[in-house]
Design a protein around this ligand. Structure first.
Ligand SMILES: [Zn+2]
Length: 298
């Protein structure tokens, strides 16, 4: 730079503002406003939304399972996937285009780490972590495949006793992926598999395509696992069952022997519901809050 240019440069006054006492929420709002119209990608825009849902999305995106996937997670891609998992766990299978995600974030600002949805998301990701004990899963090589295995895991966990099915699900996924990949590369194979290839590579955010992929996978998994045990659809004890269990156990925690007040009591499954335990009086017991929590973690 010479002469005038250099002077202009030297004389240029750079304005700066320090945001004192600004909370995270305010900063994000300001950032969102300043960036409007600039080329931010979808997760960067979501990350600038107000509300508890953003720390929830970040928390979910920090789950160790994300380190096992085989595709780039640059520029907040983890957050983009986390946002879709939240949406799908909350509303069921639906469109996952950016527009839909923005609307979802706008109308679910208060969805937090403590919400049922967040707990379910974490439960599913923890389960997936056990299903794939290896440090890398080369077969989870796109966002679609991540969503496929997530949805399959979520639905199976909700309805079936998956306790001894980790290996079955693992091998099923790897083998199915190989079949689909082969069909994709050679453009030949069963009609259904070719349709799956299409739904998994084009319009991957459309409800119809996500539905198709999910049905395809769950039907094939169940065909190969006919002995799988359906969970008791009734997972909560009703008032009468609760009363009888409380009277039978005389209101004492069956684990530590502490007296549990009726107001603080919730009937607990002796054999956990997720492991095929029935919602029956004989499978119910009184537990205090802390024993319930520590047993629940096991
Ligand atoms: Zn106790």
């Amino acid at each position: 730079m010479y002469g005038d240019d250099q002077d202009t440069f030297d004389d240029f006054i750079l304005n700066g503002r320090a945001l004192i006492n600004f909370e995270d929420k305010d900063t994000r709002e300001l950032f969102s406003r300043l960036q409007r119209g600039k080329p931010l990608n979808v997760p960067e825009k979501l990350n600038a939304f107000p509300g508890d849902i953003v720390p929830l999305m970040r928390n979910l995106g920090a789950h160790p399972f994300f380190s096992k996937v085989e595709f780039s997670l640059k520029r907040y891609k983890k957050y983009h996937i986390a946002a879709k998992l939240l949406l799908i766990e909350k509303d069921g299978i639906t469109e996952t285009q950016p527009k839909k995600l923005f609307e979802f974030f706008k109308s679910n600002k208060s969805l937090s780490n403590e919400s049922k949805v967040a707990k379910k998301n974490n439960r599913v990701l923890n389960f997936m972590d056990k299903v794939f004990p290896e440090s890398k899963v080369p077969e989870i090589n796109s966002e679609s495949w991540f969503l496929n295995i997530y949805l399959l895991s979520s639905r199976l966990l909700e309805n079936y006793n998956m306790d001894s099915k980790h290996k079955n699900l693992h091998d099923f996924y790897i083998q199915t992926w190989a079949k689909v990949e082969k069909a994709r590369k050679t453009s030949s194979g069963e009609t259904e598999i070719l349709r799956f290839v299409d739904a998994n590579t084009k319009g991957t955010n459309s409800k119809a395509n996500i539905d198709f992929r999910f049905d395809f996978l769950i039907e094939r998994f169940l065909q190969l696992n006919e002995d799988i045990e359906l969970l008791d659809t009734n997972r909560n004890f009703d008032h009468y069952e609760k009363t009888v269990i409380y009277r039978r156990d005389k209101g004492f925690c069956q684990e530590c022997g502490k007296k549990v007040e009726w107001e603080e009591y919730d009937a607990d499954h002796i054999k956990p519901h997720a492991k095929g335990g029935k919602t029956t009086i004989s499978n119910g017991q009184v537990l205090c809050y802390s024993c319930n929590r520590s047993l629940g973690k096991k």
